[in-house]
Write a protein that binds this ligand. Structure first.
Ligand code: ZN
Ligand code: FE
Length: 252
């Protein structure tokens, strides 16, 4: 389930049938405590994707209150960690039924990781619905390689992003991929969900592959968009960089 926190963050929570819970990127401890109390769960693990405060701000308080294993990438900017993880590691939570593989996905930050398995992809601030994270530390080439890796996961897995940015991302997506019927359908759904303050997430990866311009840069519509913006059709990284740059400038 998604716990809304701070302005537009989601803290993802999973639990087993014995009430043992894990949360991903708890930027706010109080929001987690309320969800645990409401559903009668005990917190056993915390997964962190990257060092930004809106993802780790609640860790210290939760660690003081619960016997938690804390998993995080090797980055000195993340404290209070007892399990450092890197690409290819497998995190086994509550036994072998819930195994998540760690994927190094640099771009938004250099040490950013995703946790993927059991039908879920916890991708932090790398992949958003209809968008992707800003390049604070990595290069366009690194971010594109990271998105390519996420794109190769099974299409029916649920993408669990760390922010509710779908509606504003959608305004940009519609500008660059205006003829896409799957995008039009998703935008209508997103508008309806947001009217009722319902999360637009999670979303199946296959649906993102059909609608997210940052996962569709090889599609004719996006190649044509890039060519109109003076990026040669053969320059895949250039196309991605131009798209990310245009999004940074976009005021929809
Ligand atoms: Zn971030
Ligand atoms: Fe964030």
């Amino acid at each position: 389930m998604a716990i809304p926190a701070l302005t537009d963050n989601y803290i993802w929570l999973m639990h087993d049938d014995q009430g043992r819970a894990v949360v991903v990127d708890p930027g706010d401890a109080d929001a987690v405590e309320q969800a645990l109390a409401k559903h009668g769960l005990s917190l056993r693990a915390i997964l962190l994707t990257h060092h930004h405060h809106d993802h780790i701000g609640g860790v210290e308080q939760l660690q003081r209150a619960h016997p938690v294993e804390i998993y995080a990438p090797r980055d000195p900017r993340i404290d209070h960690v007892n399990q450092r993880v890197g690409d290819g590691d497998v995190v086994e939570l509550f036994g072998p039924d819930l195994c998540l593989e760690v994927m190094a996905i640099p771009g938004h930050t250099l040490s950013h990781v995703a946790y993927a398995g059991a039908g879920y992809i916890f991708c932090g601030d790398t992949l958003f619905s209809l968008g992707c994270g800003r390049l604070f530390e990595g290069s366009p080439e690194q971010m594109l390689a990271s998105l390519d890796r996420l794109s190769a996961l099974p299409g029916n897995w649920q993408v669990c992003c760390a922010h509710e940015y779908t509606a504003s991302n959608g305004r940009f997506a519609r500008e660059v991929d205006p003829e896409n019927p799957d995008l039009a359908e998703r935008l209508a759904e997103v508008a309806w969900l947001r009217e009722q303050s319902t999360p637009t997430l999670p979303v199946p990866l296959a649906r993102e592959l059909a609608t997210n311009p940052f996962l569709r840069i090889d599609q004719p519509a996006l190649v044509a968009w890039a060519e109109r913006n003076n990026v040669a059709g053969s320059d895949r990284v250039g196309r991605f960089a131009a798209l990310r740059h245009a999004k940074d400038q976009f005021r929809g």
